[in-house]
Design a binder for this molecule. Structure first.
Ligand code: URA
Length: 443
């Protein structure tokens, strides 16, 4: 077997046998196959696709390239949630403590901002002192004492994915269903949970913009997980507009604390409850949707979920005064300015990818891997799809570091948000349907 033949076969549309995939990926990780050959194989796989057997072999080889976290000695059912990435989606920040407060164990391995999407680890690092680089021993001990932990992928978990992901990022081969499915699931299979709920986004701010693409991605990941003995379920949720009312690291921590206090935006809270219900059922801590929902609502209203969040922040070295309402301790941008609507109208659509890129461009994202991010910057949304706005009323507030950043942000935001006015400037404003929050459940 050699690398050239494997690339040649895939380039010509052939189906690779598991041994060929294992040989190739192990060669890339071990250094005997060059980055150039790996990039060529990725492009061939992107264009030709991978069938279910190839995707399963790729996932398994990437999982086996590193350590598998063994949590079997811990009593209790372990469950996680993973989102394919969006704008304003800080549900992980709420779900980990909420599920822990409802009796499940939640070892949540999360990621950083990627492209136009935010990252849970970056958001948590807005809390002064918060550490995401837990060792496996620290993780186990925190799961015993607190019940949840949110931590980063160590160098020893799925290193093959790290290498391939970095290559995909620079070779325009990210948005491929089999490559995304194998990448996400290779890490999730290494994480040591028995159950996983996937939040697969669809719409203008998702990696998969169409329902067909999102459904195919959800089905692929559910199938991979089930084959490995995990309890799996995927929720296809909307990303045609940002989730909640804020995007940006400190702003999203603030928003998550609001939801943990029983407040916060309705769509954010509802998605938390939807995902949480399935997590609780898969973890065997509730027998039905109404029972699970009742448990979660009670953990929010009693303050038990907020207390778990406080314990998690403390255990991971963070400043707990932030949780107790001292939000000025979160990094803040020096300037806050409103974007005003130029007309009377109703919001008809939001280019969520463009909005995510705007937030990233303000400093919340990275243009170079590993670069620091600005936790204080971001956007607060005052109007979403279906909302009416009067001329001169604020559509959003920009939190920015440099005074000069506002004008560009304003222009980009007005480009991303479409408004419909009165037909022929007379009569009532048109009615615009809000997109549903959840489209489908894939079991
Ligand atoms: N997140 C991942 O971990 N991998 C992908 O390929 C896309 C999103």
């Amino acid at each position: 077997m050699n690398a050239y033949d494997v690339i040649f076969k895939k380039r010509n549309g052939g189906t690779l046998i598991p041994e060929e995939i294992a040989f190739f990926i192990q060669g890339v990780t071990g250094g005997s196959i060059s980055k150039e050959q790996a990039a060529a194989w990725l492009m061939a796989s992107f264009i030709r696709g991978l069938d279910d057997t190839e995707m399963a072999a790729l996932t398994r080889t990437m999982t086996d390239s590193g350590d598998i976290i063994d949590l079997s000695a811990l009593n209790g059912s372990k469950v996680d949630k993973h989102s394919t990435g969006g704008v304003g989606d800080g549900t992980s920040l709420v779900l980990a403590p909420l599920l822990a407060a409802s009796g499940a164990l939640v070892p949540m391995m999360s990621g950083r901002a990627l492209g136009h999407t935010g990252g849970t680890l970056d958001k948590l690092e807005a809390i002064p002192g918060f550490r995401v680089d837990l060792s496996v021993d620290e993780l186990k001990s925190q799961l015993k004492t607190v019940g949840c932990a949110i931590f980063g992928q160590t160098a020893r978990v799925a290193p093959a994915d790290k290498t391939l992901y970095a290559l995909r990022d620079v070779t325009a081969t990210v948005d491929s269903i089999p490559l995304i499915a194998a990448s996400i699931m290779s890490k999730k299979l290494a994480e040591g949970t028995e159950a996983l709920v996937l939040d697969v986004k669809t719409g203008t701010g998702a990696f998969m913009t169409t329902m067909d693409g999102s459904r195919a991605l959800a089905k692929a990941m559910v199938a991979i997980g089930k084959k490995s003995g995990k309890k799996m379920l995927a929720v296809i949720s909307d990303m045609n507009q940002p989730l909640g009312a804020a995007a940006g690291n400190s702003l999203e921590i603030w928003q998550a604390i609001q939801v943990l206090c029983g407040k916060g935006p309705d769509d954010f809270r509802e998605l938390v409850l939807t995902l949480g219900v399935w997590m609780l059922i898969l973890a065997g801590r509730a027998g039905s949707e109404p029972e699970a929902r009742k448990k979660l609502e009670s953990a929010l209203s009693s303050g038990a979920a907020l207390e778990k969040f406080r314990q998690m922040v403390k255990a991971q070295g963070g400043d707990v005064s932030v949780v107790d309402g001292d939000t000025p301790r979160l990094p803040q941008a020096p300037f806050q300015k409103q974007i005003l609507s130029p007309v009377d109208g109703v919001v008809t659509s939001m280019d969520t990818r463009l909005i995510g890129l705007l937030v990233s461009g303000l400093g919340a994202g990275r243009s170079v891997p590993g670069a620091p991010v600005d936790n204080g910057v971001g956007l607060v949304f005052h109007k979403k799809i279906g909302d009416a706005v009067r001329s001169g009323e604020p559509l959003a507030t920009v939190h920015h570091r440099n005074e000069d950043d506002f004008e560009g942000a304003r222009r980009q935001y007005l480009e991303a948000v479409s408004l419909a006015g009165r037909p022929e400037d007379k009569g009532p404003l048109p009615k615009v349907k809000r997109p549903p929050l959840v489209y489908e459940i894939i079991r």
